[in-house]
Design a protein around this ligand. Structure first.
Ligand code: HH2
Length: 293
C-alpha cells in the first residue's frame, strides 16, 4: 500500500495545479506514493547543470518542461550548494530566481519551491508566486521559520553539516542516522511551534557526509514516520562512487536506482534533474508493487 501524504498552505490556491484543493484557509495537496520535485538551477556554477538555464527564458522553459514531464513541484534555485561553493549576495540570488518564479507561477499549473538558505529570498519568492520553501540549511537563518509561518507556506527542512564551503572537509558523526533524524525532527517541531502549516524532512544527501554516511541514511529510510520525507541524490558524488560514472549528466540511471530504493522505503518525494526518466521508473515500480484487488 502506498502511504498518503499531504502538504497544506494558508495561501491562495494556485490556479490549475492537478490535485490541489481549496481549504478553509488556503489550499492542500494530497498524494500517495512518491512524487517528483524537478530541479531548475538558475546558476552559472551548479555541479551538473550550471550555466544551462542561466537566463530567464531558458530557466522558465526548463521549469515548464519538467512540469509537463510529470514533476509535482519545480524547485527554482539561484545559489549552488555544491561542495566548496561560496555564498552569493542576496541581491544576486534575488535577481536570478524572482523573474523565473513569477513567470512559471503565471502559468499556474505546477507547484513551485524556492531553493534557498535565506529568509529574505524565501519571502520575495513566495510573494512572486512560489508555493513551498526548500531550505537547504534547515531553518538555520534565524528568521526563516517565522517568515514561512507568516507567509503560511510549507517548508522542506534539509540537514546540512557545516556550509557548502567546508561541509565535505571532514564530516563526522557518532551515529549519523540518529543524529540527522533527531535534528530534523527537532527543526520540524520548531517550525510547527512557529506556525508553519506543513513540513517535509530531507536528510541532505552529500551535505556534509561521506559515502558511508550517505549509505547509512539511505539504508535507514524513511528515517521519520512523523513527517513526509524527501530525498535528493540526483547526479551527486554518491552516484559516481556507487556507479563509477564520472560524467555528472550521465548519472541519471544511478540516481534513478537510488530514488526507486527511496520510494520503496516510503519516501514521499524525490528531487531530480531528469524528471521524465524518474516518472517512468516510478510508474513501473508502483504498478509492480500494487496488489490487485
Ligand atoms: N541538493 C541540492 C540542492 N538542493 N534540496 C533538497 N531538498 N535536497 C537536496 O538534496 C538538495 C537540494 C544540490 O543539488 P543541485 O541543485 O543539483 O546542485 P547545486 O547545489 O550545485 O546547484
Amino acid at each position: 500500500m502506498n502511504q498518503a501524504w499531504e502538504l497544506k498552505s494558508r495561501r491562495l490556491l494556485p490556479d490549475k495545479v492537478a490535485g490541489a484543493v481549496r481549504t478553509d484557509d488556503g489550499w492542500a495537496i494530497r498524494w500517495s506514493g512518491c512524487s517528483i520535485m524537478g530541479v531548475v538551477n538558475v546558476t552559472p556554477d551548479s555541479f551538473s547543470d550550471g550555466g544551462l538555464h542561466f537566463c530567464v527564458d531558458d530557466a522558465v522553459a526548463h521549469g515548464l518542461l519538467l512540469a509537463r514531464h510529470g514533476a509535482l513541484v519545480v524547485d527554482v534555485g539561484g545559489e549552488s550548494t555544491r561542495p566548496g561553493a561560496v555564498d552569493i549576495p542576496l541581491d544576486v540570488e534575488l535577481e536570478r530566481v524572482i523573474p523565473v518564479i513569477s513567470r512559471i507561477a503565471a502559468g499556474g499549473n505546477v507547484l513551485i519551491s524556492v531553493d534557498t538558505r535565506k529568509a529574505a529570498v524565501a519571502r520575495a519568492a513566495v510573494e512572486a508566486g512560489a508555493n513551498i520553501v526548500n531550505d537547504v540549511a534547515g531553518l538555520r537563518d534565524p528568521a526563516m521559520a517565522a517568515v514561512c509561518a507568516d507567509l503560511g507556506v510549507p517548508v522542506v527542512v534539509v540537514h546540512m553539516q557545516g556550509a557548502p564551503a567546508d561541509m565535505q572537509l571532514e564530516p563526522r558523526y557518532d551515529d549519523v542516522v540518529a543524529e540527522v533524524t533527531e535534528w530534523l525532527e527537532q527543526q520540524a517541531d520548531r517550525a510547527f511551534a512557529a506556525g508553519v502549516p506543513s513540513v517535509m524532512l530531507d536528510p541532505g544527501i552529500g551535505f556534509g557526509k561521506t559515502l558511508e554516511h550517505n549509505l547509512a541514511l539511505l539504508r535507514a529510510l524513511p528515517l521519520s514516520v512523523r513527517f513526509p520525507v524527501l530525498v535528493g541524490a540526483s547526479r551527486k558524488r554518491t552516484i559516481l562512487q556507487l556507479s563509477g560514472q564520472e560524467s555528472t549528466n550521465r548519472r541519471d540511471p544511478g540516481s534513478t536506482a537510488v530514488h526507486l530504493w527511496a520510494s520503496q522505503r516510503g519516501v514521499a518525494m524525490v528531487r531530480v534533474h531528469d524528471v521524465a526518466m524518474h516518472r517512468e521508473a516510478l510508474a513501473v515500480d508502483r504498478a509492480l508493487r500494487e496488489v490487485p484487488p
